[in-house]
Design a protein around this ligand. Sequence first.
Ligand code: DAT
Ligand code: MG
Length: 149
Amino acid sequence: MERTFLAIKPDGVQRGLVGEIIGRFEAKGFTLVGMKLMTASRELAEQHYGVHKERPFFAGLVDFITSGPLVAMVWEGDGVVASARKIIGATNPLNSEPGTIRGDLAVNVGRNIIHGSDAVETANEEIRLWFKEEELSSWTPCLTPWIVE
Ligand code: DAT
Ligand code: MG
């Protein structure tokens, strides 16, 4: 079953949007298989955003993502990687469609409240980076037959 890594960034936690954001993925019909509130170390943040290390915004991005607690999560479901990216919306919230998390709840690219893996392979790497195997729970919600035929 496909899994993705999502993180409610420190701005989403500070703004009290954790429940609102998690609720969107629950309501959609995806399954939460791992979740923890934690403050990321610089090392973890630099690894997570390693692909951006040459970009001018990298240092500020690492400062921001390590600035306070975030909610790291793993979600499961058919097509969850691409679907979660759609639910999240475009990187710059000014370009995100209304109805998306960033489109509804954010205005600035440096404070866009949530991270989502961009591909299945990246998702698997990010899940391995952020979670130990024993921190993930494989389970089948009893509602599954009402969500997936
Ligand atoms: P996404 O988070 O949509 O996958 P990304 O991987 O291109 O976007 O960039 C990672 C994060 O870096 C993004 O969520 C916010 C920040 N970022 C991206 N482009 C930026 C820019 N031009 N200025 C400031 N921060 C930026
Ligand atoms: Mg990205």
